[in-house]
Every structure is written in structure tokens, then in C-alpha cells.
Design a binder for this molecule. Sequence first.
Ligand SMILES: [Mg+2]
Length: 222
Amino acid sequence: MNKKTLLFDCDGVLYPLYQLPTQKIVLAMKETYRQDLGLSGDEQQKISEETRQNNRLGMFNYIKAMCEYKNYDYDRFCAQMAERIDYSNIEYNPYIAQTIPHLAALYNVGILTNNSRAHLAKVVERVMAQPLEKLEASGVKIFDITATEENGVFWRKQPEGLALVCRLNGYQPAQTYLFDDAPANIDAAKEVGMHGILIDNDTNIEKALMLFGNNNDKVFER
Ligand SMILES: [Mg+2]
């Protein structure tokens, strides 16, 4: 009944950011809207201002608006963008590869990212050496940024987005743990009554799960 839910962020949690700096993701986005959408500087500027004025913040609300403007398929954009990113520095992590599917047998487990499914698939291929579909088959839910979409806006991990994911999946916030490297996301989680566990230089996912286990559930004791 009251099964706990563990939600893991992707970038900065499944792998440390030095293996793929965010700047490289931004560059791939820029290359894709220049080359595939053929947007002029003026058009791009105008869309950027409009999305910001409408409070549709973040990279993927911007991408969505550009795709709508050019009548270009959003998923195709994300796939093209991921093709332009070099994922080769992201290392295989045997702990994550084994632990996340294992946890899915005991808890509701999801990967919740403010990035695209195409990107997450590339990351999972590197970190866990398996296709995303196989991870899903083991019971891990995949929540890319479209999982937080309501009324045409990607809410991301703002309180609205986190509450939406809980509501749509029947997760009780008080029983839900967000593992994330962004302090703002941890704050948002707490705002909606979830637990937030910050991943940083001192606490990687392995240590965080051990702390979680020691405090919450004997399953994690080793
Ligand atoms: Mg992150």
C-alpha cells in the first residue's frame, strides 16, 4: 500500500557532471537549432524572450517553443541534439547498474530528469550498459521532462512538476525521496512534502542510498 518511491535525477546523479559538462549539452542545442531548424538570430532571440516572459523557463521549454515556431517535431529535435553530444567520457558504474533495477523490485523507482528521453537513453547506455527499454522492463519508470508537462508547459522540478508526477503516478509525497544534485530541486521537493536527498561532492549516490538505508529501511544495510 504505502510503498516508498525513490526518484533519481539523471545529470549529476547517475554520473558526475565533469564527465559531461552542461555546457556541452547547451552547445548541442545551439548547433541543432541553427542547423536543423535554420533559425535566424532574430527569430531565436524573439522566441527566447517570449518563453521567458511567459515564465516557461529552462532549456526544453525553449526548445519546444522553437519547434512549434518552425513546425518541427520535438522528439526529432531531441534525438538530433543527443546525436551531437559526446557521451564517451561517461563511465560505466557497476553500483548504479545493479542497484537501481534491484531497488525497483522493492520500491517504486523512477528516473526523473529535466532533460529529454533521447539524452537519458544515451546516459543509461553508458552508465548502466543497457538500453533504456531494458531498464524500464525491470520496473524502473522513466520520467523525462515531458512527464512534467501540463497546459503546454514543462514545469520541470518546480513544485508544480513534482506534484504532477506524484499525482499522475499515485505516489504519496511524504513517501517519496528525490535524489538530486540541484539544491533548488531539493527545496522544491520539500515544498511539496517530499523528502530531498542532495547529491554532491561529499555524498554520491552510493553513500546517499546507504544513509537512506540506515535511516529508513534495513534492505540497504550491507
Ligand atoms: Mg542534475
